[in-house]
Design a protein around this ligand. Structure first.
Ligand SMILES: NC(=O)c1ccc[n+]([C@@H]2O[C@H](COP(=O)([O-])OP(=O)(O)OC[C@H]3O[C@@H](n4cnc5c(N)ncnc54)[C@H](O)[C@@H]3O)[C@@H](O)[C@H]2O)c1
Length: 382
């Protein structure tokens, strides 16, 4: 039997729009799937970006600078939307109202109010499938960590930490772009940009913070614009959010870091959970290395190092001993979105589904409380 074709429109053909293009172009990497995405329509207000798509995808029949053309097209079943944060609420709700399924980018609304508006429109359109992009939980190490949490291995959890660290903003000569402007990126700054990456796994496993205390820093306060003139750079560069988590009979501190100025870190996602019986630590800086420590009372305390291979939720052609990277995470996430679209969440070929709109709402509540805490220097109840 032929594969089910899922016809996609892409709105926003920048960094992430092209990543989706590339993932769909190497669908043959994935094994045993009975569905396949096909890009039929593209949209960006910058028409210079059309060429890369049209020269690589002969399936495109609609190219436009007005996204409504995709919403009105019979050639489009679902849309991937990767546009600046100030446009999320308007564009996402228009997509959903048009009856097109949506994989939207984080933070899923520039602020809590925008997120709640998107969620309200989702509730009014229950037949439209909507999810949020977040690829790191699809990494082999992240899947292991999820399994360890599910198996309740940790004993009493001592603390958890998770973060996403970038370094390019350390360079004061880096030109300002929309991600450094409150009007387009949002008042959250780096928390809105990177928070979903750090919070997705904690929220999926029910580690919703009850209270937060956040330390926010604006380190580089001016940047050159396109003409070279120095302009204010107003967004928070770095955030450390100290969270109080209560889950079941456990209560522990959780530290969330979203850093745009983290010397030497390119796109470093990490997670560490320390427990009285078991601990685990992973960072994408050492992409294969998973560190774990099992502890038995009065026994030795010795960390173990495991070289992880290409253990993926969806099987692929890649040798099991090869390394896994960010574009592989995106491919796996895309497989999960298409799987859910083709088969429904209860009948997916593997159980880990993409971030849900409700999870984006929880993450907005955490970020909004963190923003208030950072400004007032108070502990804030989420
Ligand atoms: N999942 C991830 O790892 C990841 C990584 C980076 C960015 N993102 C998210 O993806 C989204 C986009 O970020 P990016 O890095 O791709 O940005 P980008 O600036 O590279 O691309 C955004 C594109 O949107 C286009 N655009 C702006 N207004 C538009 C409109 N009205 N109609 C159509 N197109 C329009 C711009 O011309 C640009 O090409 C953001 O929400 C961001 O947070 C996610």
């Amino acid at each position: 039997m032929g594969k089910k074709i899922l016809r996609f429109g892409v709105i926003g053909l920048g960094l992430m729009g092209r990543e989706f293009g590339s993932a769909s172009a190497r669908w043959c990497h994935l094994l045993n799937l009975d569905f396949i995405p096909k890009i039929t329509a593209i949209c960006d207000t910058n028409e210079k970006l059309f060429d890369w798509f049209t020269s690589n995808f002969d399936s495109i029949t609609v190219k436009t600078s007005d996204y409504h053309d995709l919403l009105n097209s019979d050639e489009v079943d679902a849309i991937y939307c990767a546009v600046p944060h100030n446009l999320h609420a308007q564009v996402y709700t228009d997509i959903i109202k048009a009856g097109k399924h949506l994989l939207g980018e984080k933070p899923f609304g520039i602020d809590l109010a925008a997120n709640e508006h998107i969620l309200e429109v989702i509730r009014q359109h229950p037949n439209v499938m909507v999810a949020c992009s977040s690829e790191f939980p699809f990494f082999p190490a992240a899947q292991r960590i999820l399994r360890y949490i599910d198996e309740d291995r940790f004993g009493t959890i001592i603390e958890a930490s998770s973060g996403l660290l970038h370094s390019s903003d350390l360079d004061p000569n880096k030109k300002i772009n929309w991600k450094r402007m409150i009007a387009m990126n949002g008042e959250y700054g780096s928390m809105g940009d990177l928070g979903m990456h750090a919070l997705h796994i904690p929220l999926r496993v029910g580690w919703m913070p009850q209270q937060v205390h956040a330390q926010l820093s604006n380190i580089i306060t001016q940047r050159p614009d396109a003409s070279g003139a120095m302009v204010p750079c107003e967004t928070w560069d770095n955030a450390t959010i100290c969270c109080d988590v209560q889950t079941g009979n456990q209560q522990f501190p959780m530290y969330i870091q979203t850093y745009r100025v983290s010397p030497g870190d390119t796109n470093t996602w990490y997670m560490r959970i320390l427990g009285t019986k078991f601990s685990v630590e992973y960072t994408t800086k050492y992409p294969k290395t998973l560190r774990t420590m099992q502890y038995i009372a009065s026994g030795e305390q010795a960390w173990q190092v495991l070289d992880l291979g290409y253990e993926t939720p969806y099987p692929t052609i890649t040798g099991g001993i090869f390394e896994f990277g960010c574009s592989d995470g995106l491919l796996q996430m895309w497989a999960a979105f298409c799987d859910q679209l083709a088969n429904g969440r209860d009948k997916m070929l593997q159980p880990f589904y993409c971030a849900t709109p409700d999870e984006t709402h929880l993450h907005h509540r955490v970020l909004t409380a963190a923003l208030q805490s950072g400004k007032t220097k108070q502990v804030v109840t989420v």
